[in-house]
Design a protein around this ligand. Structure first.
Ligand code: NOJ
Length: 774
């Protein structure tokens, strides 16, 4: 489907004539590879703006979608005509050097001032070479790997006609019902901030004018990951305390790392939708945080201010522009209303100029005025896209994203000469491997688990395959998924028949590998689930397989934490693989057979049951903390389930074991000017080389506001050879102890603190130190 539309688009553009305008093209004195000179940029943009009519400025604020991957009910119309008439500032959903060049020619050859277009796209976890879905990428806890994946994505995207990506998505989420938890880095602001910055570095490099870097967009500003009841687009209502201490940090980290643009969120923030929220888009973002790039709305988000209840289309257009939303994605509210609003005195031309300036500056930073065709070199595309080195990187990074949740009786790693009952709806699947929001990725190039096992284990392995269950059984769910590209292959046999076949192959094999989980379309945008257990009859299948008495290994694929109580109790081994990308099957097989020793750790808590949601490690103590006593009634607890998660944040096993010696502090008291060292010796005590993520948490015991029971403040991923010991050192300063108080001042408060060190947020050793007042 995608392929067909893409070809059609190129042909239709190819037929359009390109007229030559007589106006002179102005080029800045800018060379590729040279950092932007702010003064020269200002002069160039001032000069350009002075020549522009109000209508030409408004045109710059208009972003149109051409191509595919529609994410809303409306699509852009009359695009060619609008580009020729100077009514378009940027285009998204169009790529390939040929398609992008054609559209760029339309703008350059037909408009009076020859202002080039931006070319944006949802490059979320890779462009053509697809890496693990972002939550999986976060599970690597490897910032070099994260940055590398973004760097490769930028190289491919920029070779493919693009200069602007709608990533990183940094929305903190503690609610696995929300489908878009898949697109972010999980629940923690510290880990999320590190990842946000690494992604921006990867996309933008240190020079946006280079033809292999792209401008990053941090999204969705703000708090999109905290909708009520986990339902997408739903209301967000949050205290300032929580907002500042738990949710805003990753956006700020991306901005501090230099992200060139920010995308607004669909949701409201405490009563005012983000896209019309002047406090958010101007006072916080620009005045307090110093952001000087441009703000793009999310898809038709200005139009959606009407059903939000803020007024007529013209009224919400004025609100959004005044709030600080510079570019209107798809909705054309600005295009249709802003000139009139200026004539009526409801907006000033300066309101328009301000936003146009920011967009023109972005184009300048990208070097587009110097060479509008910088990103449309076909030969470069050919040499860059999915080159062998990038495929290798996809496999290496995918392996790092996998989290071993359970491994009993040495169920894993598997023997390369075993006979394996390979069972489950995802065992032969390719479509789902690349996950949701996989941009221009081609799932047909994805490696299935079955293929991966054959590649890694070779001819010694015996595979006995049975599908065992469909991924979903609810006909409406299947219809909905297929209506949006799910391509679910539904086996029409009865589930009894399918399960019976699977049991038979299990009985004839040494071990069962069940590849189960969600279809990629069950997470992502507009894909919230109220029931987060394994869909369809998959658990029934697992129960029947368990009854055979054969070792049962689960390979999970899912876009969110699932509620897996039964599975956790009954499987011998569980490997969480998320949706691992183009090289999923090979990477999974590398881990299953022990060619790679798993090292991923959960970036998000797994609940026992959905009723515990939202569940996260950095919770507050409450006045009645529950200590685990069965008969303790008046405590903050449930009647029917413990407070514990199924798997805590930071959790993940290895094929080897690590011993943590007692951690040591350099001193037990510091002044605000001093540095505290926390040292811990970690030893690989098992039989294999491995990697471990050593984690450091801090708790502020007494504060002017209540503080979480612990917060991640440091981590290091280290490689340890069998038998090797390394000393890991963390340095803590007063800066690490800061938080926003109730006056929203970012302060540390002297007093007693606890430090926790360990392999996850639960299994830690603690120490105490004091911070003095001066
Ligand atoms: C809507 C999504 O919320 C956003 O993440 C995406 O970048 C835009 N659509 C453009 O596709």
């Amino acid at each position: 489907m995608k392929q067909i539309i893409r070809t059609a688009l190129i042909i239709s553009i190819g037929l359009m004539g390109t007229q030559c305008s007589t106006a002179q093209q102005t080029k800045p004195a800018q060379t590729q590879g040279t950092a932007v000179n702010e003064q020269q940029m200002k002069q160039f943009v001032d000069d350009l703006l002075s020549k522009m009519t109000l209508e030409e400025k408004i045109g710059q604020l208009n972003l149109v979608a051409v191509g595919f991957d529609v994410t809303g009910p409306v699509v852009s119309e009359n695009v060619d005509e609008n580009i020729r008439n100077g009514n378009v500032g940027g285009v998204f959903n169009t790529f390939t050097p040929v398609a992008a060049r054609k559209l760029q020619e339309l703008a350059i050859n037909n408009t009076r001032l020859k202002i080039p277009l931006l070319f944006g796209y949802d490059v979320i976890h890779g462009h053509r070479t697809i890496f693990p879905m972002p939550l999986g990428l976060a599970a690597s806890w490897d910032m070099e790997a994260v940055e590398r994946s973004a760097r490769i994505a930028a190289d491919e995207a920029s070779a493919d006609g693009l200069n602007w990506v709608f990533s990183p998505m940094v929305d903190i989420s503690r609610d696995p019902r929300w489908g878009r938890i898949a697109e972010g880095a999980g629940e923690d602001p510290y880990l999320g901030s590190k990842i946000a910055a690494a992604m921006v570095r990867g996309y933008q490099g240190n020079d946006l004018t280079k033809n292999n870097t792209v401008m990053a967009t941090v999204k969705h500003f703000a708090l999109y990951g905290a909708p009520e009841a986990g339902r997408d687009y739903h209301t967000v209502d949050m205290s300032m305390n929580r907002m500042f201490n738990e949710y805003l940090a990753p956006y700020k980290a991306a901005i501090d790392a230099g992200a060139g643009s920010v995308m607004t969120a669909f949701n409201e923030v405490n009563g005012v939708p983000a896209t019309a929220n002047r406090w958010l888009l101007t006072e916080l973002l620009r005045d307090q945080w110093g952001f000087d790039g441009f703000v793009v709305t999310d898809y038709t988000a200005i139009n959606e201010l009407v059903p939000h209840g803020l007024g007529t289309e013209a009224e919400v257009g004025a609100l959004a522009l005044k709030a600080g939303a510079d570019m209107d994605m798809v909705g054309e509210v600005y295009l249709k209303n802003v000139a009139q609003l200026v004539r009526e005195g409801k907006l000033t031309e300066e309101d328009v100029t301000k936003s146009a300036r920011r967009i023109l500056e972005a184009k300048y930073k990208l070097g587009l005025f110097q060479d509008p065709y910088r990103y449309t070199d076909e030969a470069r595309a050919k040499a860059t896209i999915m080159k062998p080195e990038y495929i290798t990187a996809a496999r290496e990074i995918a392996r790092e994203s996998m989290v071993l949740l359970k491994n009993e009786n040495n169920a894993l790693p598997l023997n390369k000469t075993a006979s394996i009952a390979l069972v489950g709806p995802l065992a032969r699947n390719q479509r789902d491997m690349i996950g949701n929001w996989s941009g221009a990725g081609d799932w047909k190039q994805a490696v299935s688990v079955e293929q991966g096992i054959r590649n890694v284990a070779g001819s010694g392995v015996k595979i006995n395959y049975a599908k065992g269950a469909n991924i979903a059984d609810d006909p409406q769910m299947i219809q909905r998924l297929n209506a949006h590209g799910g391509e679910l292959e539904i086996d029409t046999r009865s589930s009894e028949e399918m399960i019976a076949e699977a049991v038979k192959v299990a009985q004839a094999s040494d071990v069962v590998v069940a590849v189960v989980g969600e279809s990629q379309g069950m997470s992502g945008e507009a894909a919230s689930r109220a029931d987060i257990s394994l869909p369809g009859r998959q658990q029934e299948l697992l129960r029947a397989l368990k009854a055979t008495g054969k070792p049962l290994v689960l390979v999970l694929m899912n876009g969110r934490p699932l509620a897996l109580q039964w599975e956790a109790e009954n499987a011998d081994a569980i490997l969480e693989t998320w949706f691992a990308g183009t090289q999923a099957g090979n990477a999974i097989a590398d881990v299953l057979f022990g060619d790679y020793n798993p090292s991923g750790k959960l970036p998000v808590t797994f609940p026992q049951v959905v009723g515990q949601v939202p569940i996260y490690y950095a919770q507050k103590n409450t006045g009645r903390p529950y200590g685990g006593e069965m008969l303790d009634k008046y405590k903050s607890r449930y009647m029917d389930v413990s407070n514990e998660p199924l798997y805590p944040f930071g959790y993940g096993l290895s094929y080897t074991t690590f011993n943590y010696a007692a951690p040591q502090l350099s001193q037990t008291s510091i002044t605000p000017q001093q540095e505290l060292e926390v040292r811990v010796d970690v030893t690989n005590t098992g039989q294999r080389d491995g990697e471990e993520v050593v984690q450091l948490y801090i708790q502020d015991l007494v504060g002017s506001i209540t503080r979480p029971v612990r917060e991640l403040k440091g981590f290091q991923k280290i490689a340890l050879k069998k038998g090797e010991t390394k000393t890991v050192t963390f340095r803590i300063t007063a800066d690490d102890l800061k938080f926003y108080n109730n006056d929203l001042e970012y302060v540390y408060e002297p007093g007693e603190f606890k430090v926790y060190v360990g392999p996850n947020s639960r299994d830690v050793q603690e120490l105490t130190f004091t911070l003095s007042g001066q």
